[in-house]
Design a protein around this ligand. Structure first.
Ligand code: SF4
Length: 496
């Protein structure tokens, strides 16, 4: 996960790019809650402000005014490589012999150890233990005169998932890996209609419009930007003040967008592949009702992310839809918190049953995923204690059998309940009366797009990018003794 945003505000704008970037980042808080930060350039120097914590506590009105400049990038972090410590927060900042670079990364590299071997001075030169810090150092070190040229040298050696926003003194650059595992969109800050200026002074009355990058289209909406297009897999898009975006290809596109972005991670009001994600998820619920019908009194979602699929299930089954669990909006997403202890505590903090709705009823409970099973088990237990007579769990995604190495922190196979338990064993563990998962065919029917466009690897093990064995279980590899490193073995991508 992680959220990234980049902004170039128009010449003459009174609004600083940091304000636009921070505002855009607020729409991406769900993508990472461990740390947040902004980097700005005033045309001569870069400055970064970042800290551990939620965006609103890090980027508040006391800090933002001091971050002056027309170019900015912003990042919120969910860790997939390296611990949750200040040094590992982003954007990174690196001064090289030819350039200063700041970088925000969504994704996870799979050839980190190989790249580390290419870094002059090795791990001792890194001030953080993330693959992002390593990538920043490699780009900053490149002797090429220009940042884009440096990227053309470095990026072909980098493997894995990376949607990047990069800042140098004069540019904001957006990059997507050749598979486009993680999303990244380009937007334009339009001229305002009179009296409708969300950010006063931002929009000039000339042709010099501003440009933004964002992980999701919902972040364009919040800053009033118009969606222009996706940054293509294998593409570099360069934004400079007063100029139209410039596109540079560094690799052939082999699209494999993470299907989990559409099922669960991204906001329902975002669009991907031309589809609104609420609608996609509602259709997944319809498919789920076709594949796993059950006679109950009510269909209810696990809030908030299960709601669109539950609505679709209710519509297709004709069973009334009601909400039976109330979510504490300020407790965060349990999946995203890094430790199991935090996750277990998180469920009871965040969900409370509506006893009047639940008591004496047979329930179809719709959620979008079961990862470790502990959260679902607690939800079933909460509903039983509240008086539900039957609980039938329906999941609007297939079972997760395989870990993700491309930016989702389910790196150890033993953490995944479906990898080691049968359907019946999972049902018994969570304490439900029945359990049904949507099939891959059901997901595709809802998407109305071909399988080849997506990564489904956590469901079917067909990794679009082969994963070296040492990347397979080593979130903390840059914090370990390199002599202990395991190398050589490769989990082959079944797609070649
Ligand atoms: S393995 Fe799963 S979570 Fe990871 S990128 Fe592929 S579909 Fe997404």
């Amino acid at each position: 996960m992680c959220g990234v945003f980049g902004a170039v505000v128009p010449v003459g704008s009174e609004t600083e790019a940091a304000a636009v970037a921070a505002l855009g980042l607020f729409a991406l808080q769900h993508r990472g809650q461990e740390s947040a930060g902004v980097a700005v350039s005033d045309g001569e120097q870069l400055m970064v402000y970042k800290d551990l914590g939620m965006i609103s506590s890090v980027l508040d009105e006391r800090r933002l005014p001091s971050l002056r400049g027309r170019l900015a990038i912003a990042h919120c972090r969910y860790s997939t490589t390296g611990s949750t410590v200040w040094e590992n927060s982003q954007p990174t900042l690196r001064l090289g012999p030819r350039r200063a670079i700041s970088l925000g990364h969504n994704g996870n590299l799979v050839n980190t150890r190989e790249l580390l071997a290419q870094l002059r001075g090795g791990r001792a030169r890194l001030s953080a233990s993330t693959d992002t810090e390593l990538l920043t150092a490699l780009i900053a070190d490149e002797p090429a005169a220009d940042t884009v040229e440096a990227l053309l040298h470095v990026l072909p050696r980098v493997r894995g998932a990376f949607s990047l926003v990069i800042l140098d003194e004069r540019r904001v650059i957006g990059v997507r890996d050749p598979h486009g595992f993680r999303p990244l969109v380009l937007g334009r800050l339009p001229l305002p209609e009179s009296g409708d200026d969300l950010l006063p002074g931002l929009w000039g009355d000339d042709e010099r419009v501003g440009w933004v990058f964002a992980s999701e289209t919902a972040a364009l909406d919040i800053v009033g930007a118009e969606f222009i297009r996706d940054v293509a897999p294998g593409e570099i898009v360069v934004l400079e003040q007063g100029q139209a975006p410039r596109s540079v290809r560094y690799a052939e596109a082999q699209p494999a967008l993470c299907v989990f972005e559409l099922i669960y991670f991204a906001r329902p009001d975002s669009y991907m592949e031309g589809r609104n994600l609420y609608e996609v998820r509602r259709k997944m619920g319809e498919q789920l009702a076709l594949e796993h019908p059950v006679e109950t009194d009510l269909v209810m979602p696990v809030p908030d992310t299960g709601a669109p699929a539950a609505a679709g299930y209710a519509e297709a089954s004709g069973i009334p839809y009601r909400e039976g669990l109330v979510r504490n909006r300020y407790s965060g997403r349990t999946f995203i918190q890094p430790s199991q202890t935090m996750r277990q505590r998180g469920v009871t903090i965040k969900l409370n049953p509506l006893r009047e709705v639940v008591r004496g009823r047979r329930l179809t409970v719709v959620d979008d995923s079961i990862v470790r099973g502990t959260t679902t088990k607690q939800i079933v237990s909460i509903l039983r204690k509240a008086g539900a007579t039957e609980i039938h769990v329906r999941i609007s995604a297939p079972p997760i059998y395989h870990p993700c190495f491309y930016g989702i922190d389910t790196q150890i196979e033993t953490e995944l309940i479906a990898a080691s338990h049968s359907l019946e064993e999972i049902r018994s563990f969570i304490g439900a009366d029945s359990l049904g998962y949507l099939s891959i065919q059901g997901v595709l029917a809802a998407l109305e797009l071909p399988y080849e466009q997506f990564c489904f690897a956590c469901f079917d093990g067909r990794y679009p990018e082969p994963v070296p064995y040492d990347a397979a279980s080593r979130k903390f590899m840059l914090e370990e003794d390199p002599l202990e490193a395991v190398g050589g073995l490769v989990l082959p991508g079944a797609r070649g």
